[in-house]
Design a protein around this ligand. Structure first.
Ligand SMILES: [Zn+2]
Length: 118
């Protein structure tokens, strides 16, 4: 597979795959659909909008690079497109909040960062 043009390669975009056979979205890029096994996948750009499914505020940094960011929030977001993704988010976020992602730099890398949408 070609490299994605998304945040994992330093571009301000969140990509996902949509299955042409069963219509299911998936966030983790694979050569086949995790739901039905089809390889009829189309790469799409996500709206960056969703709802908070879970939050986990990190109080103790695992590495030197992340220590400057403590406390930070790792959130699971159910996106508008129907896939679930893990990302950074504002520490004030609560389960069920409507959110939208911008991009931020975390420990030297570009990452999606969810905040309350209005
Ligand atoms: Zn499928």
């Amino acid at each position: 597979m070609e490299k994605p043009v998304d945040w994992t390669t330093g571009h301000e975009a969140i990509l996902y795959q949509l299955c042409g056979a069963c219509g299911k979205p998936q966030y983790f890029r694979r050569g086949f659909c995790a739901a039905c096994g089809s390889n009829d996948l189309v790469e799409k750009r996500a709206s960056r909008k969703g709802t908070v499914y879970a939050t986990s505020v990190v109080m103790r940094a695992a590495t030197q690079e992340t220590r400057a960011h403590v406390p930070y929030n790792i959130v699971l977001v159910d996106t508008e497109e129907g896939f679930r993704m893990m990302a950074h988010g504002a520490t004030s976020l609560k389960i069920g909040d409507a959110v939208a992602a911008r991009f931020a730099t975390f420990a030297g890398r570009l990452v999606p960062y969810f905040e309350n949408s209005t």
